[in-house]
Design a protein around this ligand. Structure first.
Ligand SMILES: [Zn+2]
Length: 397
């Protein structure tokens, strides 16, 4: 990893994170909801109407006229092929000319939206989320708000050397909602639901979650995902129109339509989401290390979620993790990155961590508790009813 990461080259005013007040409620996306709003373009509907219209028109056409059209096509085949080739090249050029390097990781990726456009989309989303959640927003005077703001500020201040951090006016909205979720809009608006605060046992764990979410913004993942989704949908409009025009009836066309959507989901969107999550985990850990957060909590957090997911008395999955890699994979990835992260933390002059209070002990104690419960197979306490203290001993909540 990079050395000298903690050396900040940018000076910022003291009022870095602007507190904001009104709103909270039932909104709980795993990703900023703008993606959902833009994922179903009107173009898709128009394409279906166009394809279906062409099919109906062709069916009604007398045989002699059909023959004339077929003849015109035969005579102009070369022109048609040339038009298809030019369009394909045009799409290829559009793709190539929008490939750019990702911040920090240097990964080459396809992005058509500018940071300013993403910011404007984020600001619009922010205003609508405030309206939706009005009445459930935790006021700034509430100590809970103060704690979250403290952690968020710690991360932002420590990383203000990054353009993607210092070029935004950051806000924090804490929403009284039982969903275990937190997200950050590309405009720098942090949303934390109180359910997520209950899922985090320490402020360091919250710091790990927030660093991950802020990393999504630093890496421009929303811009990237919106671009890819729009591009794939645009490219698919052509086969979709052909599909609706040539298949004998609507039922078969609908089935094929569904099939195409599923293939795109499985082949492109899901692995893409997982790759972005892994990248946000890696970069989030660096942001957290620079902010002197106890980065050892990162693999422990996912390890605990893995244990919780194996607890038969619980039937739930955190929405925060719905499109993410499995807990075990994340735990492993973060464990492998821990040595480098601790080095960054040390080079940033952070307080030395107490190795007698290693968070891994908590995880080991929880795993042991779960095993013993499995062996006794009694109707003992659920994992959510127990708490492990810093010495690794189980206590009841
Ligand atoms: Zn994420």
């Amino acid at each position: 990893m990079m050395s000298g990461l903690c050396r900040s080259s940018f000076k910022l005013g003291s009022k870095f994170l602007i507190n904001n007040s009104f709103s909270t409620s039932t909104h709980r996306p795993a990703f900023p909801p703008i993606l959902l709003a833009l994922s179903k373009p009107v173009a898709k509907v128009l394409t279906v109407i166009l394809g279906k219209g062409a099919r109906t028109w062709w069916k009604k056409l007398p045989d002699n006229k059909k023959y004339v059209f077929k003849q015109i096509y035969q005579d102009n085949r070369k022109k048609v092929y040339t038009a298809v080739a030019v369009s394909t090249l045009g799409l290829g050029y559009a793709y190539e000319s929008h490939v750019q390097e990702c911040a920090i990781t240097g990964r080459r990726r396809f992005v058509a939206l500018t940071p300013d456009q993403a910011k404007r989309i984020g600001e619009k989303e922010f205003r609508s989320l405030l309206v939706i959640n009005e009445g459930n927003i935790v006021p700034e005077s509430n100590p809970v708000y103060g704690k979250v703001a403290g952690v968020a500020n710690q991360i932002l201040q420590a990383n203000k050397d990054l353009r993607q951090i210092y070029d935004k006016t950051w806000t924090l909205t804490v929403v009284d909602d039982t969903s275990e979720n937190a997200f950050v809009l590309p405009s720098g608006n942090i949303f934390v639901l109180t359910g997520m605060l209950k899922a985090c046992e320490t402020l360091d764990e919250l710091g790990i979650v927030l660093s991950h979410e802020i990393a999504h913004v630093v890496l421009g993942h929303v811009e990237e995902k919106l671009t890819l989704t729009s591009f794939v949908q645009l490219v698919l409009l052509i086969p979709m129109a052909v599909l609706w025009a040539f298949l004998p009836n609507d039922g078969i066309a609908l089935v094929f339509n569904w099939f195409m959507d599923t293939v795109v989901d499985i082949m492109i969107e899901l692995p893409f989401s997982r790759d972005m999550e892994t990248e946000a985990d890696r970069v989030g850990l660096i942001l957290a290390a620079k902010a002197c957060i106890d980065v050892r909590e990162a693999p422990v957090f996912w390890g605990r979620l893995k244990l919780l997911s194996e607890d038969p008395s619980l039937d739930k999955e955190m929405e925060f993790s719905s499109t993410h890699p499995c807990h075990e994979t994340r735990q492993e990835t973060l464990t492998n990155l821990l040595k480098d992260a601790l080095h960054i933390r040390h080079s940033c002059g952070c307080t030395v961590l107490d190795y007698n209070r290693d968070p891994m002990k908590k995880l080991a104690a929880l795993a042991a508790f779960m095993n013993s419960r499995r062996n006794t197979s009694s109707n003992s306490r659920s994992l959510t009813d127990v708490l492990v203290n810093q010495d690794g001993r189980i206590v009841q909540k």
